[in-house]
Design a binder for this molecule. Structure first.
Ligand code: ATP
Ligand code: MG
Length: 312
């Protein structure tokens, strides 16, 4: 993976929006130990990043009467790992799908490496998708293909590599994700964590410049989640892959992020390096970091359960 990109880790399978609980199924609190007790710093130094790789300019996106993104402007720096957090249904997946042209904004512009994505033809989009790996929220593996075929799929679709070259590449990326030799296994027989790693292998098989991870650790136990964190860090630091990670997992965010963004109510309401972000005094940010439910929502649950104080 020392050569950078050629092809897409883009997964062509449609992905329906998930219906998670408020706070997200994969939500994990931000661990206090990540903040140095004396220095007040996070454990990993953040990198400033290079020039702008992705640029969203005043982007709006609605579905029918539901306004999801409300004038989002954002620049993603080359070489950084940018983590996007936010409540369920707030448009995180929508935002990253706009970057790869899987969705088109109603208004505003989206650029990848200086090229305007939102006006590209399907044929032009193939070009940028060769440079962008996408790890879908639910892995989205093809059940009718074994692991090797799943990982090989983008190579078959987008390269003229020989079978031997493809086999070698598949073997290499499976080794990278710790699934060496599992080419002939069927996705339906694998655990959630293994499937995520297969999907990650597929997302990087074309040696992308940018990898977008949609909730890569959701549903995994803390050890397997940390394995994914380490992979994201390694891909970023060893191969210079720019990363955008959507997550509810605050432990993961604190570990991998150079920069953190909170998407809330259609806009980015907090943006900064992890240290600044996690120490933000914005109550919405703190509520999200601590995993505190909204008082109004709690009250409505209490009422639904008939446990208000008045009811005894
Ligand atoms: N293709 C679509 N058609 C209609 N509505 C959609 C579509 N994609 C997303 N939505 C809606 O847009 C809103 C934002 O969805 P999105 O999947 O981006 O949320 P999210 O922030 O990723 O949430 P989660 O944390 O649960 O994954 C949701 O209400 C969702 O139902
Ligand atoms: Mg999502």
């Amino acid at each position: 993976m020392t050569d950078l990109p050629d092809n897409p880790g883009h997964d062509p399978k449609p992905h329906p929006p998930d219906e998670h609980l408020v706070g997200g199924a994969g939500w994990r609190p931000y661990p206090a130990t990540m903040l140095g007790p004396d220095t007040g710093t996070v454990s990993r130094p953040h990198r400033p990043g290079g020039d702008t790789l992705v640029h969203l300019d005043n982007v709006y996106k609605s579905f029918g009467t539901l306004r999801v993104l409300n004038g989002v402007s954002l620049e993603i720096k080359r070489g950084q790992t940018t983590v996007i957090i936010g409540p369920s249904g707030t448009g995180k997946s929508v935002l990253i799908k706009l970057i790869v042209g899987l969705l088109i904004p109603d208004r505003g512009e989206v650029f990848y490496d200086g090229q305007q994505v939102n006006t590209m033809s399907p044929k032009e989009l193939v070009g940028i998708r060769k440079e962008i790996g996408f790890l879908f929220q639910m892995s989205a593996l093809f059940d009718s293909m074994d692991v090797g075929q799943n990982v090989e799929f983008p190579l078959v679709e987008h390269t003229d590599m020989t079978t031997a070259q493809r086999d070698e590449r598949v073997d290499r990326v499976l080794r990278m994700v710790g699934l060496s030799g599992l080419q002939r296994k069927w996705p339906s027989t694998m655990s959630g964590g293994q499937k995520k790693r297969v999907a990650l292998a597929r997302a990087i098989v074309l040696e992308p410049r940018l990898v977008m991870y949609d909730e890569p650790t959701t549903g995994l136990d803390p050890i397997r989640a940390d394995l994914i964190n380490e992979l994201i860090i390694a891909l970023n630091t060893k191969f210079g892959i720019t990363s955008i990670v959507v997550t509810h997992d605050m432990a993961s965010a604190a570990k991998i992020a150079d920069r953190m963004l909170l998407l809330y109510d259609g806009n980015i309401i907090c943006d900064g390096d992890p240290e600044t972000f996690l120490r933000s005094e914005n109550p919405l940010v703190q509520r999200f970091i601590q995993g505190q439910a909204d008082q109004i929502e709690l009250e409505s649950i209490r009422q639904g359960l008939g446990t208000q104080e008045a009811d005894g």
